[in-house]
Structure formats: structure tokens, C-alpha cells
Write a protein that binds this ligand. Structure first.
Ligand code: H2U
Ligand code: ZN
Length: 344
């Protein structure tokens, strides 16, 4: 009889891809390091930080004396708004298109020493509000079809500065991952007449095996098809294609969910937990996208401790992604974490 204890593949309905799960491997003995809780001694203001209020940034620009959040055009933008349009196609083999866009940086707080785990929910609500404003403004432009809001946390993720901040890259075209998720949601909606992620959230809440926590508007869970060891998703319980559709109450619940997820993550390995987190929502390409269901992905690299991470190498680079610890075990570990930050 097949059980989920045997090696198996799990299907990701949002991408159409598979992931190999090898639960028996978690029985391998582990004699790796057990680390001391990491102290997070950081100054509230760092004179050398370009995101701290009043300090100088690259190119002589100045970060103002802001009180809550602050948004500016990235001084090293990967995408630029004013470039000549053009493309190349030689035999379908050498193909290129110019890509226009806008990159911005969002400071979450003037305090250098805080993170979403250490800020109050009251202070995170303005972050959600500024995400919605930016989505509305950038998405409202003729030349922008998708607004990707994200946060990279921790040096392990290539984050250059601990000052709490995120980024926005707004693109003339819909980038690969949201495009694929959009196509999959659209196919599901046409085939079943319902929303993929509304149905998924309802199923997970009924099963109650992978839920980490809930509030009135959001459910936090380890998706059945998770790839990163402690990957999670925040799903809006009500159908909402984008962040601008959220009510004030839902925005507050999102701030609460972001806060609680970050605390549980930090408590898991008693460290300032690294991750990439991003919002997936409807494109702003002028079409109606009711098939889209707003959600947030967390992709954290850590596996066993504050320093032992998962590597995507070998079979995973050549064949398909794989995990040992199951989504159910990861959800249990995150459920067992308290919601009071370990440093407090
Ligand atoms: P990360 O730490 O996630 O790399 O984000 C910081 C961003 O801040 C990064 O994209 C930008 C970098 O280009 N930046 C500025 O816009 N101005 C500066 O003075 C330094 C860094
Ligand atoms: Zn700072």
C-alpha cells in the first residue's frame, strides 16, 4: 500500500511542475552543528547606512528624514523606463527583445535595527498600504504590465543591507513565473468554473495538515508541493485578484500575517531568518484577470540550522527539484514555534 512515507512526486498546480519527495531520507543520522541563539545587536541608527534617515546614497542623493516608509527609484535599477524599443530574431535561435521597466526600493521603517518580525503590526500596515499605492501607481502606467513586489532578507539571500527594506520591479511584460501561474489559474478557472487558490485554501483548511496559522483574512501554510524546506504561502481566504482589492481589515490582517510568519521563522533556528518573499497578483496589462488570486510566497534557504542551508545542485539542477523533510513535517515545526520573538 502506498503511503506518503515512500518516495513520491508531488504536483504543483500553480506551475504544472513536479517535485520529488524522499521522506525516508530524514531518518539519516544528523550530527551537524547546533548553534547558539543569534543576538541581533544592531543600532537603531547607522551613520553608514544609505537607508537610514538623513544619510547619503549612491550618486550623492539623500535619504530624507522619513517617519514610516520611504520609496525611491533604485539608484542601480535593473530595468529602465526610457530605452529605445527593438528586437532581434535570427532563425528563432538568437532572439532578444528590449525590456522597459522601473525599479524602486521601499524602506519599511526608519529604524535600522527592526525587521517585519520586530516591528509592531501597526507599523507594518503602512508597508502594506505603500505596496498597494505603488501597485496602483506603477500598474496604472501604459508601459507597465506587471508589478513585482518582494523582499530579500539576509546576506544568504544576497541582501546588501540589514535595514528593513523591500523592492519593486515593474515590467513592460509579465515575467515568467507570474505568467505561468496566471496561465495555470486561467486554465483551472475555465475548466472548473472556480478559482484554483480559493479551492486549494478551502481544501487545506479542511485537511488541516499543512496550516501554520490563520487570522480572519489570511491562512499561512506549507504548500503540498513546497520545494524549499520551510517554504510557505500566505493565502487570502476571500477571492481577491490584487492588493488594491483588499479592504482595510484585510490589509491589517495581512500585516498581522507577515509579522507572525516572520517571528515563527526567526524562532525556528533562533536567527534572523533569511528568505525571499514576494507578492503574486494580477498583471496590470489592461486585461481583466479575475482568475488571479493574490498570494505571497516565502522561499527560505535554511534547512537544519542558522547556517546549514539547502543547495539546489546535482539531480535538482539536472533533473527536478527534490526535498527530504516533508511539507507536513515542516508545517508541524513551524506550528510548534511560538509567536513571541526569541530575543524579547
Ligand atoms: P538588496 O539589499 O535586496 O540588494 O536591495 C538594496 C537595493 O538598494 C539594491 O537593489 C539599491 C541597490 O541597487 N541601492 C540604491 O538604490 N542606492 C544606494 O545608494 C545603494 C543601494
Ligand atoms: Zn539603516
Amino acid at each position: 500500500m502506498w503511503t506518503q512515507e515512500h518516495p513520491h512526486r508531488r504536483f504543483n498546480p500553480l506551475t504544472g511542475e513536479w517535485i520529488l519527495v524522499s521522506p525516508h531520507r530524514t531518518r539519516r543520522p544528523w550530527r551537524g552543528q547546533v548553534e547558539e541563539p543569534q543576538k541581533l545587536d544592531m543600532p537603531a541608527y547607522d551613520p553608514s547606512c544609505y537607508l537610514c534617515p538623513g544619510n547619503e546614497r549612491a550618486g550623492g542623493k539623500q535619504t530624507p528624514e522619513y517617519k514610516t516608509t520611504y520609496v525611491f527609484d533604485n539608484d542601480f535599477s535593473a530595468l529602465l523606463p526610457d530605452i529605445p524599443g527593438g528586437h532581434l530574431d535570427e532563425n528563432g535561435l538568437l532572439v532578444a527583445h528590449t525590456e522597459q521597466g522601473i525599479c524602486r526600493v521601499i524602506c519599511f521603517s526608519p529604524r535600522h535595527d527592526l525587521t517585519l518580525a520586530l516591528m509592531d503590526v501597526d507599523a507594518i500596515v503602512p508597508v502594506v498600504d505603500v505596496w498597494a499605492e505603488q501597485y496602483r501607481e506603477l500598474g496604472g502606467r501604459e508601459d507597465i504590465s506587471y508589478v513585482q513586489i518582494f523582499e530579500n532578507r539576509g546576506a544568504m539571500m544576497g541582501c546588501s543591507n540589514p535595514h528593513p527594506h523591500g523592492q519593486i520591479w515593474a515590467d513592460a511584460t509579465v515575467p515568467s513565473f507570474p505568467r505561468i501561474e496566471g496561465e495555470r489559474q486561467k486554465e483551472y478557472a475555465s475548466a472548473r468554473g472556480s478559482c484554483l487558490l480559493c479551492d486549494y485554501a478551502a481544501l487545506e483548511r479542511e485537511k488541516n495538515e499543512r496550516i501554520v496559522f490563520e487570522n480572519d483574512s489570511f491562512v499561512a501554510l506549507v504548500p503540498y508541493w513546497a520545494f524549499w524546506p520551510f517554504e510557505t504561502m500566505l493565502l487570502c481566504k476571500q477571492h481577491a485578484p490584487g492588493i488594491t482589492e483588499l479592504t482595510d481589515g484585510q490589509r491589517r490582517d495581512l500585516a498581522d500575517a507577515l509579522h507572525r510568519m516572520s517571528i515563527r521563522y526567526d524562532n525556528l533556528f533562533k536567527t534572523s531568518f533569511p528568505y525571499s518573499m514576494g507578492i503574486h497578483q494580477q498583471p496590470t496589462d489592461g486585461a481583466v484577470h479575475d482568475e488571479w488570486h493574490l498570494h505571497i510566497h516565502y522561499y527560505p534557504p535554511l534547512l537544519r540550522s542558522a547556517t546549514v542551508r539547502k543547495f539546489m545542485v546535482g539531480y535538482e539542477m539536472m533533473a527536478m527539484p527534490q526535498r527530504d523533510i516533508t511539507a507536513e513535517q515542516a508545517a508541524q515545526r513551524l506550528r510548534d514555534c511560538p509567536e513571541k520573538h526569541y530575543t524579547l
